[in-house]
Design a protein around this ligand. Structure first.
Ligand SMILES: NC(=O)c1ccc[n+]([C@@H]2O[C@H](COP(=O)([O-])OP(=O)(O)OC[C@H]3O[C@@H](n4cnc5c(N)ncnc54)[C@H](OP(=O)(O)O)[C@@H]3O)[C@@H](O)[C@H]2O)c1
Length: 355
């Protein structure tokens, strides 16, 4: 049982990110002082949306310059905090050097943040943003599981440097966090494991999150000839922020929490956009067949290898989200709301043109 004092500052790593921005908004609205650890506090276009929220909220935001690969760079931001949210980690699928671009920042970054927690006596709880990617590698694995669903007991055992390296980076980083919590008694650890996050960005220009690339590809015509039935889970970014908040402030929160609202695929996701946006934007109208994807997928993006297509297209992704609902009271928005609000935010920010 860890009771966090809301009058103490709370630290958020990667505070300008897609997911973290909504968490910072929630904290500020609750009147909390946020220590925002970011790579470049002077980049106005990255922090302006948070400043605007802070101005209208009871809480206060203070920025600190920190980098996952710079040892000790989180110390100043963490000073006097009881609660640390560690969200920073690169989320991109198209990388040149998986070790340098994904694994090092994810794993060394987690180690740096938690090592700093060990040296900061005020820290009592750390909430790490992990991922369902640390639970499974390919959707086809669900078929072999007891009950056919992913649960918090399962770990991704098949991702590697060469195959699904982002998932590998998240698996290694979460393992590192569980290893480090066991080695001390000062703070406890809770992980939030979201599936694919959707919904409106607070600042689409401040992030390169892969969540936008998919939405962008649905709206800019890239998927005009069809969307893949790529099996995934989906969760709204606002629900992910609420999940983090509850994980931080619920004294009994413990272990991992699958944070996923819906078992779906890219084709079904795209179809939710048709009624409102189909007339104006070149959205996909049908599913692209698996055989065709096997030919063109690897040419379009090296992350779409034949092995990946075989193991994730035309199969079902299923996860059990009962732990977070029962223990933290988190509820999930309908998928249509996440998709439509997310797309509308892209339209409002002129991310793509009408057809
Ligand atoms: N989006 C999803 O579908 C999804 C699903 C499951 C889990 N997650 C996890 O959620 C977290 C946030 O992802 P997101 O989708 O919000 O993506 P995002 O907007 O790209 O956020 C990633 C954050 O990490 C920071 N970061 C990256 N490399 C860094 C470095 N070397 N030093 C310091 N900060 C660094 C980025 O800082 P800059 O702003 O300076 O670039 C950014 O603030 C990640 O841990 C991700 O793995 C995301």
């Amino acid at each position: 049982m860890t009771q966090i004092d809301k009058t103490k500052p709370v630290m958020v790593t990667g505070a300008t990110g897609y997911v973290a921005s909504w968490l910072v908004k929630k904290l500020l609205e609750e009147g909390i002082t946020v220590h925002a650890a970011v790579r470049d506090p002077n980049k106005k276009e990255k922090v302006a949306h948070l400043d605007a929220i802070a101005e209208k909220s009871k809480g206060t935001i203070k920025y600190f310059k920190s980098d996952l690969l710079d040892k000790g760079s989180y110390a100043e931001a963490m000073k006097d905090c009881e609660l640390v949210f560690h969200t920073a980690s690169p989320f991109t699928l198209d990388v040149k050097d998986p070790q340098k671009d994904l694994i090092d920042p994810a794993v060394q970054g987690t180690a740096n943040v938690l090592e700093t927690a060990n040296h900061t006596p005020s820290v009592r709880r750390v909430v790490v943003t992990s991922s369902c990617a640390a639970i499974y590698c390919d959707a086809i694995e669900c078929e072999q599981l007891p009950g056919g669903k992913l649960t918090e007991d399962i770990w991704n055992t098949t991702a590697s440097r060469d195959y699904q390296p982002y998932s590998y980076s998240k698996t290694l980083a979460e393992k590192k966090a569980w290893e480090m919590v066991k080695a001390q008694t000062q703070w406890d650890l809770v992980t939030i494991n979201p599936s694919f996050v959707m919904g409106p960005p607070l600042n689409p220009k401040a992030t390169t999150s892969e969540s936008f690339n998919i939405l962008k590809q649905m709206g800019d015509g890239t998927m005009k000839s069809g969307a893949p039935r790529m099996a995934i889970g989906l969760v709204d970014v606002r629900d992910v922020a609420e999940a983090h908040f509850q994980a931080g402030f619920t004294p009994s929160a413990h272990g991992r929490y699958i944070t996923s609202g819906h078992n779906t695929n890219f084709y079904e996701m795209a179809m939710t956009l048709q009624p409102k946006f189909g007339g104006d934007y070149p959205l996909p109208k049908k599913a692209i067949p698996k055989w065709l994807l096997m030919i063109i997928g690897p040419m379009v993006n090296k992350a779409f290898s034949r092995k990946m297509i075989k193991r994730n297209i035309d199969v079902e992704w299923k996860a059990d989200n009962s732990k977070i609902k029962n223990e933290l009271g988190v509820r999930f928005r309908p998928m249509e709301e996440s998709m439509v609000d997310g797309f509308q935010a892209m339209v409002d920010n002129h991310i793509f043109d009408k057809k």
